[in-house]
Design a protein around this ligand. Sequence first.
Ligand code: RVP
Length: 498
Amino acid sequence: AHDPFGFTGLTYDDVLLLPGYSDLAPSDIDTTSRLTREISLRVPLVSAAMDTVTESRMAIAMARQGGIGVLHRNLSIEDQAYQVDLVKRTQTGIISNPVTIGPDATLEELDTLAGEYRISGFPVLDAEGRLIGIVTNRDLRFTPVAEWAGTKVSEVMTPAPLITGPAGITREEATGLLRKHKLERLPLVDDGGRLAGLITVKDFVKSEQFPNASKDGQGRLLVGAAIGYFGDAWKRATTLVEAGVDVLVADTAHGNVRMLIEMVQRLKSDPATRDVQVIGGNVATREGAQSFVDAGADGIKVGVGPGSICTTRVVTGVGVPQITAVYEASLSARAAGVPVIADGGMRHSGEIGKAIVAGAEAVMLGSMLAGTEEAPGDTILVSGKQYKAYRGMGSMGAMSSRGKKSYSKDRYFQAEVTDDDMIVPEGIEGQVPYKGTLQAVAHQLVGGLHQSMFYVGARTIPELQSKGRFVRITSASLTESHPHDVQMIADSPNYTRR
Ligand code: RVP
């Protein structure tokens, strides 16, 4: 007979991975995985599209560590596209599309541009795009601030002829020129004298400092951005594509919705957008994942209700325990070669390996990253300890017009609600302990995943998926898993008691 209660759903705390035979050296282990059909990451971590987690600073830091950030969409289309631009222009090796300035710009404008992009030097171009000089922060120093508004870049710049390199220069040749002439910057020019790129010493150092960085074909950092399906969603998507986004990520609490599925279909068939990778979501069932497979999605994000700030399951009674959701979605997604991203509910590094064995290829994190330096917002001091704000995108704070305009109400299907009192929130507002830099946090997360792979005996992520086996555990075992019967007297970089 049909069982009205269906099957049992399990989550991370209900399972452990079985140890397996291992003859690996730590250096054998490779965490490279797929985010979408066409994008691989050396580190399968994604920062959540939330306004207390991912803006350009986080996206840059995530890509440098080998993961990727998904820029949130609780801001205007222009502002979100600008954030994409900031990430794409971040210095990594050769900058193919550097920020430039004209000879008639004022020093005041130069100073503003330098602050916005956090860069100190600009090639100066004439109206035809030819290199006529270079100007840096240093050139500002000899002009009193009071005169900046009335002084033109052409008056202080180092004018051409400059030492330049050819458009197709190699790393070695560039290093040679930088060293020989003791240069900070080397502009690259084509045969017509037009600017073709820029190399800075700082970039070269940075690109050596971040060997795992996630980059596109032109050496620029990868970045994702959240989109919806309602109102001007198409305009948002196309504007983000024009700004150079690599992945568009459908950002809704319930992705198995006709309008969104049609949006994904359109994105994957329209010539303006079809070359960009598209992730559908969120779903938590086999059928939900199948709808996105059929729509042509390049990745599928899974999670209905597991998030640390999420109240969907309580408010609506709907959801699927996360490890079951990932497993179920992967049954249709993996058969079609589409990666699954496990989104929400992670508290420790051990859950990354569990999600991967259950069928995910990457994981999205909110609360675990919201406390880092690179997350938006300042630290808050509460009885001598530092915290950072972290809120659900379905919280009152994110959906109401309190503070500033909300752009993300359609994430919870409340786009038409104009009166704040009529909002039905599905998330809460809170804070998480301050954790320092993303680099340190990512090191612990990736280190934990490495160890998972070592214990299972898996050299690669696909091997982890095929070799990994679960054991179901009881609440008594969960107590045994955590530190017990001891009072913790020192902080640990990768463990906090709940
Ligand atoms: P966590 O990592 O457990 O903090 O969860 C983060 C995820 O929670 C996000 O990536 C998103 O899918 C989900 N989320 C964001 N806002 C809300 C909400 O208000 N309910 N949920």
